[in-house]
Design a protein around this ligand. Structure first.
Ligand SMILES: [Zn+2]
Length: 502
């Protein structure tokens, strides 16, 4: 048990319940004597108490029933008996969870806050993440890199309301890539210059993609960024094997589509590409025709041993593969997204316009095969990170909602609910080595919580039925969350209207 009193930490860890009771009495005595000089009775006047909570430990899956959670100044102070803790806060700061289920705030480990002409649109969407129970996002770089870094800091300083952001800022790429606002490098000297820039930005990790970046410079980038202590994630170039990247210390592979390469002799295919015997444009077909599930599983174990995590990002591929079967025009979520935001969806739709029925079927088959890899990856011991890849450029991958859809896809793939919950909570915290501060419901941790109406360990779609959210220690009831959503809708309508008259 820990209590923070006016900044002073009184620790009551590893005590028996008898000792805790005595400590509690001692604390009350201390409070009475004014030794710790609390604003209120024992805690500050911002303290809140959540009663009758079934607290889910996302690491063990244990459910601690009928607990009270005392929260003060953004942190969990104590978890214990409601009748005892009730004495510490005013009646108006007590919230009854009514036997509902409390999980750590959710993490979306792959989003892009992007679009130079979508600054207001993206800012308006920040509260929406919180309203959907997502209290932390990992931004995987965009053309708004510097702005996202500023937003990250503003949110941390309570000047802006939104989820906690970890960001790569701007990503490393080759010269003349298709991506806007990336850091393009042609040689090792430029690599070091850009890494200096990322140091200055104080980014949380380094993202690298392969549009025009040659494999050898990609590999050097991974090694150099690792030397500077960064986690490094990204795509896998055709002229590098997954194993080479893993050996170089790659922290995570974004998109499970790259896993299909491991069902083939990846190193041999990469060698043929390097020697010019195989064209990049033909590589996909070679990988497809030689995919073997058993071989893939063996190589997944290699990834697990090397500590390489995978962010599957299934929902985007699904939306595109089933575009011909699903009409998204009346999706309820569109009420939150400006016309300008959703106009960016068109490029991927146009790109697919000339696909033959065979190509369309091929896309679906490929999506299904990727989905089927999840249980194999999990069984092999690979850490999975739940990420939606929500971005204006990713068609019908709706910010915030898409993470919940992604979790349901994990369940469809055959992962058990506890494993899925971990992909969206503790695994993210472990990735950034902040598991002692975030994504746990124990004293001392940051108070980011979601209260669900049903048990997510029975069915992960329970994450979509939110009773309340605690974001950075602030309790947001269902009514408050609905007000946040309403506000997002109003801003969308205002932005659309203003732009029509421009
Ligand atoms: Zn992405």
């Amino acid at each position: 048990m820990m209590l923070f009193i006016d900044g002073a930490l009184c620790s009551f860890e590893n005590l028996t319940s008898y000792e805790m009771k005595n400590s509690f009495l001692f604390l009350l005595a201390v409070v009475a004597l004014g030794a710790c000089q609390p604003t209120g009775p024992g805690v500050s006047d911002t303290a809140i108490l959540i009663l009758n909570a079934n607290v889910i430990d996302a690491t063990s899956g244990n459910v601690h029933k009928e607990k009270a959670i005392l929260i003060d100044s953004g942190r969990i102070v104590s978890i214990g008996d409601g009748s005892e803790l009730s004495a510490l806060v005013g009646k108006e700061d007590v919230f009854d969870a009514g036997g509902r289920y409390v999980i750590p705030g959710l993490w979306d480990m792959h989003v892009h806050i992007e679009g130079e002409d979508l600054v207001e649109d993206n800012r308006a969407l920040l509260p929406l993440y919180v309203a959907y129970g997502i209290t932390t996002v990992r931004d995987c770089a965009s053309d708004l890199g510097e702005l996202v870094l500023a937003w990250r800091d503003s949110i941390n300083n309570d000047q802006l309301f939104g989820p906690q952001i970890f960001t790569a800022g701007s990503k490393l790429e080759g010269i003349n890539s298709i991506w806007k606002g990336d850091l393009e490098i042609a040689n090792e000297e430029e690599l070091e210059q850009m890494l200096d820039k990322l140091d200055e930005y104080n980014v949380d990790f380094v993202k690298i993609t392969e549009n025009t970046l040659p494999g050898d410079l990609f590999l050097t980038s991974v090694k150099e960024a690792r030397k500077r202590g960064y986690k490094v994630t990204g795509h896998v170039p055709y002229d590098l094997s997954v194993e080479e990247l893993a050996a170089a210390g790659f922290s995570a592979i974004e998109h499970a589509s790259y896993m299909l390469r491991l069902g083939s002799d990846d190193s041999a295919i990469v060698d043929s590409i390097r020697s010019g015997k195989l064209a990049r444009s033909e590589a996909g077909q070679v990988y497809n025709s030689s995919f073997d599930q058993d071989s893939a599983f063996v190589r997944y174990k290699m990834l697990a041993e090397r500590g390489v995590a995978v962010t599957p990002t299934l929902i985007g591929g699904k939306q595109l593969a089933y575009l011909d079967e699903n009409n998204h025009q009346s999706d309820a979520y569109l009420k939150y997204l400006t016309d300008r935001f959703t106009s960016k969806y068109q490029w991927r739709i146009d790109r697919m316009a000339d696909e033959t029925p065979e190509q369309k079927q091929g896309r679906k088959d490929r999506y299904q095969l990727i989905l089927e890899q999840l249980p194999y990856l999990h069984k092999a011991g690979v850490t999975l990170l739940a990420g939606s890849d929500a971005a204006a450029l990713n068609t019908f991958v709706y910010p915030a909602q898409a993470l919940h859809e992604e979790l349901v896809l994990f369940q469809e793939a055959g992962l058990d609910p506890l494993t899925i919950l971990q992909t969206a909570t503790v695994n993210g915290a472990k990735f950034f080595s902040v598991q002692d501060k975030l994504a746990g419901i124990v004293p001392g941790m940051e108070a980011d919580l979601v209260i669900l109406n049903s048990n997510p360990l029975d069915d992960i779609s329970a994450t979509q039925d939110i009773f309340a959210v605690v974001n950075d220690g602030e309790y947001l009831s269902r009514q408050k969350l609905d007000e946040l959503l309403q506000r997002v809708q109003v801003i969308k309508e205002e932005l659309d209207k203003g732009r029509k008259t421009e």
